[in-house]
Design a protein around this ligand. Structure first.
Ligand SMILES: [Zn+2]
Length: 69
């Protein structure tokens, strides 16, 4: 069973006009729930920064493990 790995969208959750801030191309390992936005998938390196800098992150954060560490 193989799952197509989602790519990290961190640390800013780049989408639309903010997509330029997304440079990471590592596989996403965590999914961060956000308010009124699609969940943000990030690699381990960008988990911390994304919690602090991405828009719409819930607090306390809701983080789901979606990949392998
Ligand atoms: Zn990343």
């Amino acid at each position: 069973m193989s799952v197509h790995p989602a790519l990290c969208r961190g640390p800013y959750g780049g989408e639309g006009d903010r997509a330029d801030g997304t440079h990471c191309s590592d596989p996403a390992v965590f999914e961060i729930a956000r308010y009124a936005r699609p969940p943000l998938r990030v690699c381990p390196v960008h988990l911390g920064p994304a919690l602090l800098m991405a828009s719409g992150v819930l607090w306390p954060p809701e983080i789901t493990l979606i990949g392998r560490l």
